[in-house]
Design a binder for this molecule. Sequence first.
Ligand code: HEC
Length: 125
Amino acid sequence: MSQYFRITTLAASFIVLVFYGCKPVEKPVVKPAEPVNSFTVKGSVRELNLNPSASPEFPDREGKTEFISYCAICHSLKYISSQPDFPRKTWEAEVSKMVVKYHAPIDSVIAKKIVAYLVAVKGKK
Ligand code: HEC
């Protein structure tokens, strides 16, 4: 009797295992990029959706694309938005420091555009 019981239990466990094993893997839902930086929860991982065209704290004008693209490679743009307004000389020195000291891959043409953008949006009047 107990042997039948064991066999039945084994068979039941087998069926349960096969059933769960064959369940289709749920695909994580990836939302399309939203107009703000956001995250999608995938299990225990929060996948960041960085949207460079967002960053509403930085006004749209010439040089923004370069600024967003290059100045967020290593750190948050908060490093810049949290600074006070600086004169051109200070922004030039900052951008140059990022290139010389930290090896930011920014050539002189792009650096000029970024400085012009920073002076326009966070320049000391
Ligand atoms: C190659 C990596 C890299 C890139 C690209 C980069 N930075 Fe930085 N930046 C750093 C590091 C490293 C620090 C210092 C971080 C710290 O001390 O916590 C820093 C700090 C700063 C600070 C804080 C003040 C200071 O001097 O420490 C500002 C402002 C700043 N960066 C602006 C910029 C701007 C503007 C750009 C785009 C032109 C830029 N960064 C691109 C690496 C980079």
